[in-house]
Design a binder for this molecule. Structure first.
Ligand SMILES: [Zn+2]
Length: 248
């Protein structure tokens, strides 16, 4: 039985700013909604960077596909607000086509240098064979591009030199990386008290989830399983991450 008073739980010391990089609108809410609420409640400033507009998502043929990017951006912005986040960047890449290209890496390095986070949360770049949808190819691409941006580009002043020369963005070193959707989580947040806000945030993604009848039950099951794996008492809910401490 684990105790929550050890290094496998909670927010690392010294974290004041957090950057979340995900592939699609709704990924952060499903994977880390309770965690984001916990961070902002603790006075930590959280910024989102959403790589695609989720324009291949949805379930409803009646919606004009050209309207989807604007709908999904608005839904993500509303969901962010529920969790105390107002700084949301959209990179505008095409859903289903995301690659860890240098354009994507440069865009992520730019936001990292602007935000100067101590902790970055992204999606695992490794395929989850137990739960394939968790590692949609775009998710792995977002995770891979973010990990490459973290080491070494964001800390190297000579990587993507145009960011420094043209935009005045100096190198920055991030201390912590949390990967959501990883098969080997080693770090958890107890999100029992923030579960309702997580569901409220997910529910903002009307174009994606309004047809799911047992949403709260489904997400609750994931969070119960994570709590069990974390060794928390029965009835608790958790979100789990693979935590990586980056070299100083
Ligand atoms: Zn996704």
């Amino acid at each position: 039985m684990s105790s929550e008073n050890n290094e496998n739980f909670g927010i690392p010391e010294g974290v004041e700013r957090v950057l979340v990089v995900t592939a699609h609108p709704d990924d952060v809410d499903f994977g880390a909604g309770g965690t984001i609420a916990t961070l902002t409640d603790a006075g930590i400033s959280v910024t989102y960077c959403i790589c695609t507009d989720g324009d291949a998502g949805g379930f409803d043929d009646a919606t004009d596909r050209r309207e989807i990017p604007a709908i999904r951006r608005a839904e993500q912005t509303a969901a962010a607000k529920v969790l105390g986040v107002t700084d949301v960047h959209f990179l505008g890449y095409k859903d289903g086509y995301l690659e860890p290209s240098h354009d994507v890496q440069r865009d992520i390095v730019r936001i990292m240098r602007q935000v100067k986070p101590q902790l970055v949360i992204t999606q695992t770049p490794e395929r989850n064979w137990e739960r394939l949808p968790a590692t949609h190819p775009d998710h792995m691409a977002a995770g891979e591009a973010t990990t490459r941006a973290l080491y070494p580009a964001v800390r190297n002043p000579y990587a993507y030199p145009e960011l420094r020369n043209d935009e005045g963005l100096e190198a920055w070193t991030v201390s912590w990386l949390w990967l959501q959707g990883d098969t080997n989580p080693n770090h958890w947040l107890n999100v029992t008290d923030n579960f309702d806000r997580k569901i409220e945030a997910i529910s903002c993604h009307v174009s994606q989830v309004s047809h799911i009848e047992n949403l709260s039950e489904m997400v609750g099951d994931w969070q119960r399983m994570a709590a069990e794996r974390a060794g928390l008492p029965q009835g608790q809910l958790a979100e789990g991450f693979r935590q990586v401490q980056l070299p100083g």
